[in-house]
Design a binder for this molecule. Structure first.
Ligand code: ATP
Length: 197
């Protein structure tokens, strides 16, 4: 069975994430999708919003695929969330699964800085969606380099939707770039108040 993992801080989830996940689903045709909000992301100081609220917001991804679970596994672990630990956990939980990992182009381009990245390549096929118009040549180059290290990389065809959670938190992106459930929860919990209207 094919398992597609989509991890991130998701503070908050936005339409760029949905766009990424849908492109990866089309490219992989998985049996199961696991969305995994990070506890303490390794490459960021900290998430601004509690894990419980980010977990609740991630329910918006359910509209993307019928067999999709939002996992609290990383949130329940001590310390930083490293993808290799999550992959080891998923391999134990789903021993027969062939694992795919959806990432945006920023993640593919910085992949060799990830903790134990060569082991990640042995455990998962990367499925990358562009975040920035015109970044295809860079992505192809990064994919070839990782393939040279024994990795498998699929570039999921999709035009870039240029939005980030940072822009949303800073009030620099339209609230319409949030899925309706996330818009509701942002209002309910008064998130990103100082910048959000
Ligand atoms: P922040 O602005 O807080 O750094 P972010 O918008 O980059 O957040 P993350 O939660 O860090 O979002 O991203 C989770 C995953 O989704 C990463 O693999 C990232 O590359 C990918 N991603 C984020 N935004 C987009 C987008 N607009 N298009 C495609 N992929 C995206």
């Amino acid at each position: 069975m094919k398992l597609l993992l989509f991890g991130g801080t998701f503070d908050p989830p936005h339409l760029g994430h949905i766009h990424n996940l849908e492109a990866a689903i089309r490219a992989v045709n998985p049996d199961l999708v696991v969305v995994m909000p990070a506890g303490i992301p390794p490459h960021k100081a900290a998430a601004h919003t509690s894990g419980e609220i980010r977990l609740e917001m991630c329910r918006c991804f359910r509209e993307c695929f019928p067999n999709l679970v939002v996992s609290r596994w990383e949130l329940d672990q001590e310390g930083k969330s490293y993808s290799i630990h999550t992959l080891e956990h998923l391999a134990q939980e789903y021993p027969k699964a062939e694992i795919y990992m959806a990432v945006g182009s920023d993640m593919l381009l910085t992949f060799t800085q990830w903790h134990r990245w060569k082991e990640i390549l042995q455990r998962a096929t990367l499925v990358c969606t562009s975040r920035q118009a015109g970044d295809d040549p860079q992505l192809i180059q990064a994919a070839r380099a990782l393939e040279g290290e024994g990795g498998k990389v699929i570039l999921a065809p999709a035009s870039a939707l240029e939005v980030s959670s940072t822009q949303i938190r800073q009030g620099k992106a339209k609230p319409e770039l949030l899925p309706p459930l996330v818009q509701e929860l942002v209002e309910k919990y008064h998130l990103y108040q100082e910048n959000f209207s």
